[in-house]
Design a protein around this ligand. Structure first.
Ligand code: GCV
Length: 689
């Protein structure tokens, strides 16, 4: 058994007959440029993939082969004359960084397949694209592919906590990064880089945004582990260079999460005031030192004035002053600050705070600052309305932060697929620039981008749950191409991961695509409620079990009703949206049911449009969610014998646990709703629990 799963890079031979003949004809011989580290990665990938896909060893040439029927050529037009002669060079040069062409051409009487791009990173993506087509069994005889990433920045945020091998909100085991042993590189790092590059990720923030023990932390040992600030120490930076070079081979730039008080913690200054000249000089020198070691370093991610991390407020400065001071040090090197907008704590309704803090600062951030905003105003709940900030900061580089890991969606146990949620977010019309300004259109300018909080760890399967690999895959693919449909991305993943058998594809696709709505139903009741999870101290209990009594402010249950009033008569969150959206959400008649109780506090027996009462709908949805998991589990059982036993059994066991846990959610929530409302379930199901 391999040390770790190959995920979607299995390269199991799926085709036979004429299709296989054509793969062999074009790809048995490969002529690959040798001008950059990325090209070594390309060659290595061909050496790994082609023997599996072709059933024969490939021959890698140093010069264009002359005595063969056909060959595969990979390089930029500048690298390879043969490519410059056979593809329209101006079309190649018009592509954005990362873009590529794949063309079937005839050259010197031979059938050739050319993978070309204006940058070496694009050649890596083009190679993975071609290998994906072959894994899926697509024809390659008459290819004419032109691909470009939708956004410049497609970044993974690791919440790995250095020196402790732990991952905050990671459910796939310990951190894969062994900081104490750097500069030694584990083979697993390269395997990870391959997975990321294969779906177009071009940046990685290596460490957790929590970089120091929070100032208001209790005596909880877990907080002692936050020592990520030390990564800016010179000895740690030197250790990082090898890891950064390895990621560079795959077109991935390295970033670090840094502590706002680094000038004090690392530099020994007595202040971190962003206006202090010594502080600014310290950042400049530190950044110069980093770029000497890592010339393509991406920049810093900063969590400031948030959950006890230090920030500009400590010096009576605002977020612009804080972000711009650090950005000034990075600017000469082309580096960027990703500055998180995740601030809350001073308002009764935390949803309103990020907008109140950041919207007045629109237009004041430096060009190399990106304001990184979670998709919703609370915190990666199973479903949240889109954050109001997306429609309010058109003069600022924005970053959308999505969560790949399942912190609130069943962690490593429930099969909850996040792509349908991300699609809902990306398609939401923000009216930022009038009607038809969907979220997905906001990150197209240089300096904007989309980031995902990662879900990998040391487990054999990387993600704690085999099906959670789909979340990592889908993140990369949807961020590369947000127009690609959920169905298409999901099927691609299944084809590469489980093969092309129709039953398997239909079953896994159905499970994935229905899993998110089911989770919403049993974890929230489906009307816009949220955060009814337990906030325990124990690592895996936290945000997993139901505990609606613990956080009444998030759902507003009382004897007279349920939900949080966020209209004008309440916290006013709805009014932070541009008028058409604000009007829709402010009115109980037009507010979509899925957000109803997020925006409105309503009597338990308030009648919904179909005549059902609020409390009855909550009951019904909780029951429907569990029934759906029962059905999806049955569907999975139908795959016994159709896929390998290891993965079949793992997912079957997880489904047993998920079902038991979904029932626990249903029992706790429905009893809680009943306790407050005193309204029995029309179908008498609560007594039977
Ligand atoms: C990294 C929530 C999570 C924390 C996380 C924080 C953040 O509070 O529970 O684990 O910390 O968000 O995004 O900064």
């Amino acid at each position: 058994m391999n040390q770790y799963d190959d995920c979607w890079l299995r390269y199991s031979c799926v085709v036979e007959g004429e299709r296989l003949d054509s793969y062999r004809r074009w790809c048995t011989h490969a002529y690959v440029a040798e001008t950059a580290p990325e090209l070594n990665a390309v060659r290595d990938e061909l050496r790994r993939a082609l023997p599996e896909l072709l059933g024969t060893d490939p021959h890698l040439w140093q010069h264009p082969p002359t005595t063969v029927e056909g060959f595969l050529a990979i390089g930029t037009p500048a690298d390879m004359e043969m490519i410059a002669e056979s593809v329209p060079v101006d079309v190649v040069h018009d592509l954005d960084d990362g873009g590529f062409l794949i063309r079937s051409v005839s050259w010197d009487g031979m059938d050739c397949l050319v993978v070309t791009a204006p940058t070496d990173r694009g050649l890596v993506y083009g190679t993975f694209h071609l290998l994906r087509l072959m894994q899926i069994g697509e024809p390659i005889e008459e290819l004419s592919v032109r691909e470009e990433p939708a956004y410049e920045h497609r970044v993974l945020n690791q919440w790995d906590t250095p020196f402790h091998r732990s991952v905050e909100r990671g459910y796939g085991g310990e951190s894969i990064f062994d900081w104490e042993r750097l500069p030694d590189l584990r083979p697993r790092y390269e395997a990870y880089a391959r997975l990321l590059a294969s779906v177009g990720i071009n940046g990685i923030v290596l460490n957790n945004v929590n970089t120091t023990k929070p100032s208001r932390a209790s005596a909880n040992d877990a907080f002692e582990a936050f020592e990520g600030w030390q990564l800016l120490e010179s000895r740690r930076l030197e250790d990082l260079t090898g890891l950064a070079s390895m990621f560079r081979r795959y077109g991935i730039r390295t970033y670090l999460s840094v502590n706002f008080a680094s000038p004090m913690l690392v530099g020994g200054l007595d202040t971190a005031d962003p206006e202090n000249p010594d502080v600014r000089a310290w950042w400049r020198e530190k950044v110069d030192e980093i770029y000497d070691l890592i010339p393509d370093f991406g920049g810093f991610l900063v969590k400031a004035d948030s959950e006890g991390q230090p920030g500009p407020y400590d010096y009576d400065r605002d977020h612009v002053a804080g972000a711009n001071a650090i950005a000034a040090a990075l600017e000469p090197h082309g580096g960027r600050v990703w500055w998180r907008a995740f601030v809350y704590g001073s308002h009764e309704d935390r949803a309103v705070q990020a907008y109140e803090t950041f919207e007045p600062l629109d237009g004041a951030f430096a060009d190399n600052v990106t304001v990184q905003i979670k998709n919703g105003p609370v915190d990666f709940q199973p479903r949240e309305p889109v954050s109001t900030l997306f429609g309010a900061m058109s003069e600022t580089n924005l970053g959308l932060e999505l969560q790949i890991t399942g912190e609130y969606t069943g962690q490593g146990v429930h099969a909850t697929y996040h792509l349908p949620m991300w699609k809902e977010v990306l398609e939401f019309d923000t009216y930022a620039d009038g009607e038809d300004t969907p979220v997905r259109s906001l990150f197209e300018d240089d300096g904007a981008g989309i980031v995902g909080v990662g879900n990998v760890g040391e487990d054999h399967n990387w993600t704690g749950h085999y099906l959670a690999q789909a979340n990592l895959y889908a993140f990369g693919r949807v961020v590369w191409s947000p127009d690609r449909s959920t169905e298409a991305i999901t099927e691609e993943w299944i084809h590469q991961t489980f093969g092309t058998d129709e039953d398997v594809v239909d079953t896994v696709s159905e499970i994935l695509q229905h899993s998110w709505e089911a989770c919403i139903d049993y974890e929230t009741g489906g009307l816009g409620l949220m955060h009814m999870m337990h906030n325990g101290e124990e690592y895996l209990e936290n945000h997993y079990h139901p505990s609606p009594k613990e956080w009444p402010g998030y759902h507003g249950a009382s004897e007279d009703g349920i939900g949080v009033d966020r209209t004008e008569s309440g916290s006013g969150y709805a009014a932070q949206y541009p008028p058409p959206i604000a009007d829709r959400y402010n009115s109980v008649r037009t507010c979509p049911e899925k957000y109803l109780l997020f925006f409105h506090h309503l009597p338990w027996e308030y009648e919904l449009t179909d005549g059902t009462t609020v409390v009855q709908r909550l009951y019904d949805n909780c029951f429907a969610g569990v029934e759906e998991i029962e059905r999806l589990r049955e569907r999975w059982h139908g795959l016994d014998g159709a896929i390998d036993d290891r993965r079949y059994r793992h997912v079957a066991e997880r489904f047993d646990e998920q079902l038991a846990h979904a029932k626990r959610w249903r029992t706790v929530l429905t009893s809680y709703f009943y306790e407050y409302s005193g309204v029995p379930d029309e179908q008498g199901r609560i007594r039977d629990e």
